[in-house]
Design a protein around this ligand. Structure first.
Ligand SMILES: [Zn+2]
Length: 248
């Protein structure tokens, strides 16, 4: 029988609640709403949610994804985010050897929050990109992951390359092609995985995003045009998370 250390058990037990918190961050941060000191309420009828409405996973399943007061359908991504947070905690426990599982899980949860914000809003909030960069530098400072020097080089390479692409694109096309959020995300990813894997992360993120966009265009879901905004940050966060775990 597999035995878990205390810290591994803790993150497994906390992961559903952390998934709920990530959902709350993704719901409020891009709207500029406070993330604390405000009770959660139904977006449709504004009735405050009771504790029994806030049980991760269970509340959604019991109410079948509907508000108990007005019957409005709750967004499915709330449930999927909680399940994804649990899945990432399990993944962190499975791959943890040198780096403690809670640290791996925290990096993955931050990337999940960024991925979600970009998918929902095409936004990468500064609070999350900043937290990722600081956390990644903290990991290196503590001796986990790339050395502090490599993390800093990765940070400069990640942000610098995207900053350059952003400038060139704006010069050539006369409009924004890459958001500043993507530049900040690349700083955090560069610090987390170091400079060497960054080009591959960008390549895989771009190829995956293009594959999804083309398949959606072929099925008639969304037309593929040069001006169609795509959640590149979400693809970067997902590819970055994958490379981070593979590099452990
Ligand atoms: Zn309601």
């Amino acid at each position: 029988m597999t035995s878990f250390s205390q810290d591994q058990l803790l993150i497994l037990l906390l992961s559903p609640a952390i998934g709920s918190f990530i959902g709350l961050l993704a719901d409020r941060l891009p709207r500029g709403e406070p993330i604390a000191l405000t009770r959660s309420a139904c977006r449709s009828c504004a009735r405050p949610l009771a504790p029994r409405d806030l049980m991760p996973v269970l509340s959604f399943l019991i109410t079948r994804g509907r508000c108990r007061h007005c019957g409005a359908t709750l967004p499915g991504w709330l449930l999927y985010t909680e399940l994804a947070a649990i899945g990432l905690a399990v993944w962190a426990v499975m791959v943890a050897e040198v780096i403690p599982a809670p640290l791996i899980a925290t990096a993955l949860w931050l990337l999940l929050a960024l991925c979600l914000c970009d998918l929902l809003w095409l936004r990468l909030p500064d609070l999350l990109t900043g937290a990722l960069a600081l956390f990644a530098l903290g990991l290196s400072w503590a001796g986990y992951g790339p050395s502090l020097m490599l993390a800093l080089i990765g940070m400069v390479c990640g942000a610098g390359s995207f900053w350059g692409i952003r400038l060139i694109y704006r010069h050539l096309r006369g409009r924004e092609g890459l958001g500043l959020g993507d530049v900040k995300l690349m700083a955090g990813l560069g610090a987390l995985i170091g400079p060497f894997d960054l080009p591959l992360v960008v390549l895989i993120a771009a190829a995956s995003l293009l594959a999804v966009a083309v398949s959606r265009a072929l099925t008639g879901t969304t037309p593929l045009t040069a001006r169609q905004p795509l959640p590149f940050g979400a693809a970067l966060a997902a590819a970055g998370g994958l490379f981070y775990v593979l590099s452990l």
